[in-house]
Design a protein around this ligand. Sequence first.
Ligand SMILES: Cc1ncc(COP(=O)(O)O)c(C=O)c1O
Length: 448
Amino acid sequence: MQIAERKLPHLVTALPGPKAKQIVKRDHKVVSPSYTRDYPLVAKAGRGAVVEDVDGNTFLDFAAGIAVVATGHCHPDVVAAIQKQAAELIHMSCTDFYYSGTVELAEKLASIAPGKGAKRVYFGNSGTEAIEAAMKLARYHTKRDIFIAFHGSFHGRTMGSLSLTASKAVQRRHFGPLLAGVFHAPYPNTYRGTFGTRPEHAAADALSYIENDLFKRIADPEEIAAIFVEPIQGEGGYLAAPAEFLKGLERICRKHGILLVADEVQSGMGRTGKWWAVNHAGIEPDIICTAKGIASGMPLCAMIAKVDVMDWKPGAHASTFGGNPVSIAAALATISLLERSAIANAARMGDFILRQTAGWRERHKIVGDIRGKGLMIGIEFVRDQKTKERAPDLRDRIIQSAFRKGLLVLGAGENSLRLAPPLVIDEEQADFAIRTLDACISEAERSI
Ligand SMILES: Cc1ncc(COP(=O)(O)O)c(C=O)c1O
């Protein structure tokens, strides 16, 4: 059977298969050891939510290239747009010349960005570049130099964005000194409580820390250029900030002339069932950064800012490859698919998964929390539901056994697992993923 006809996994070898084993062995000799591969999947082809490895095994992909292939692998419309553009023009550089596609995509992004006011768009190649651009623009525009970010946040791995990142120490270790003037505040945790207690006060406690502690003891608000926030922390564990917190941040920013930057690199482009995760809270950030899902796998990022904020002058910032025509064409095709049905499908399938897993906390003693919006769903594993002691080892075991059953999932945060499939999955695929995970969780429970 061709991969295009498959909807569910089909394993034909032990995992990893012989060809995969060979490639992994060669990879380990020559490719950077900084990558973190959880299991030995050697991908060869993909269609929709199905991935085929080099040995002919097919998998159901609930990782989507780390929340990237929004329209599924190799959607025919996206492939056709890429092929057409590649045959016409691959590169001229948006920094020195004009392309019509760039304008069309900027107009589209400006129109879907939250709020009615005019926007302008900067294009780069990756999530981290969108964040770097936002950091530079925030300093340029405000003439202030301090940034606030949050514990658990992941904003990227280049020196500026890494300075904001506070997800795992290994990501920062040996890379210092990082950018001066970055301070971190606790992120509201509605499962554990912002300070480990009072989950119901998570938003109020996190806001109070900023206003009553950080502003008074560490950084005068009049010196702060921007607050960077993921409305739903991605690498930090698929943890959503309550609407009350995001509204509070918006209020604080307006009061002190601080720019509010929403990092929607992972949560944006329809993944949560709306264009942006901030749409769920009804706020209007000054800057939105997005990447991952924007072009279904082609490298592209966008930093969208209010028109009066993006006031930098020619020469202030650019990237040779940023907004290249092939990625732009892929993004335009992606957006039209998202609008046509994929965003609505993400909302529907997300609700379906949350409904089907609603009883898991009662049935599985190691499931601490299941949360999410649209197809950005996190499951947090604990050793004990009362103490909430984290169980990263059980989470890792579940990821491994899901792989052996043909389901691709990834971890997030210390002890959570993320479900981030393509936005085009159907009920049969969601149901397969749920049943497989249910079985893996039961296995993990029996092992303790
Ligand atoms: C919220 C968020 N911001 C920024 C980044 C960095 O993106 P990239 O890896 O494309 O540089 C990521 C990547 O995982 C992310 O999840």
